[in-house]
Ligand binder design. Structure first.
Ligand code: PAF
Length: 293
């Protein structure tokens, strides 16, 4: 049996909807603002930066820690996803123990015994890139994020640009459902060697950890080439680079319009573009992206 509210020295960790709902009600009655940072735990410096930003903008930060089963299309990936709640709480305490609340529900409590996704129409954003390779992923993300917005009632919610497609989809969710929350996109946090911080990095072997910065290095070269080369030529070049690398397997590379996420055919001066990569380092799937203009 788990306790409904766990008191880790001086930080509240809510496990049940009814308890966090009461806490949120009292925060709101006191006229305080709430910033939500949704996470799947295994927190790293990138997450902490989101929490710091949430605390700069709001009186309280709610950090949800929940490995959401409905956004995984691969049961092994779900099973192997790191779960490190006590460590996560200790890390959050180093930021601020008084104004952070952790919401770490169980699957049963948040899904009320029915862990299934709602079906969403994100105007086609859901069919690009990750949508082609992770079936049902964005329905799962939309379902859980909408639920968190309803329970936590945040004024603002913070998402990293590493999952840029997810960020655009959350913006679409808020627009379509007229949800009263402002979505804030935050810059990708990187290791000094350029590797985008991710909870999945903890699953990399030393060999794969060593080679993984190649992904960002390739994106940076793609950015330089974007000034003079077509999207097709850049894609060809990137694919060749990955063919020469025995340790990384490219799943996709794409130059896309940053707002529609549609592949670029012809560049237009007044549009924003980004390049996206998904690649396997052994069994671990990594994604990254870069603004091109
Ligand atoms: O980006 C993530 O960690 C997850 O997709 C999110 C937004 C917490 C939803 O489960």
């Amino acid at each position: 049996m788990f306790a409904a509210v766990i008191f880790y020295s001086i930080m509240f960790v809510y496990k049940k909807k009814e308890n966090i709902t009461k806490a949120i009600k009292s925060i709101r009655e006191d006229g305080l603002t709430i910033g939500l940072v949704p996470t799947m735990g295994a927190l790293h410096e990138g997450h902490l930066q989101l929490v710091i930003k949430a605390l700069q903008d709001n009186d309280k930060a709610v950090v949800s820690v929940f490995v959401n089963p409905t956004q995984f299309d691969n049961s092994e990936d779900l099973e192997k996803y790191p779960r490190t709640l006590e460590n996560d709480v200790d890390l959050l305490k180093t930021v601020n123990a008084d104004d952070i609340i952790v919401y770490a529900p169980t699957v049963e409590d948040i899904y009320e015994g029915k862990a299934v996704s709602e079906s969403f129409d994100f105007d086609g954003l859901e069919f690009e890139m990750e949508g082609k390779f992770r079936h049902g992923h964005f329905d799962g993300v939309g379902t859980i994020v909408k639920r968190f917005f309803e329970i936590v009632k945040p004024h603002k919610a913070y998402f990293g640009e590493k999952d840029f497609q997810q960020l655009q989809i959350i913006r679409k969710l808020v627009e379509k459902y007229e949800l009263p929350v402002e979505v804030i996109g935050c810059k990708i946090h990187r290791e000094t060697n350029g590797l985008a911080m991710s909870s999945r990095n903890t699953r990399l072997t030393p060999e794969h950890l060593n080679v993984a910065p190649f992904i960002y290095k390739t994106l940076k070269s793609a950015k330089v080439k974007f000034g003079t080369k077509s999207a097709n030529k850049i894609a060809e070049w990137v694919e060749n680079q990955f063919k020469k690398n025995n340790l990384l397997k490219l799943e996709y590379f794409l130059v896309a319009d940053a707002s529609t996420l549609k592949p670029v055919k012809r560049k237009s001066k007044n549009k924003k573009y980004r390049a996206f990569i998904a690649a396997y380092a052994g069994e671990v799937r990594l994604i990254d992206n870069i603004a091109l203009n």
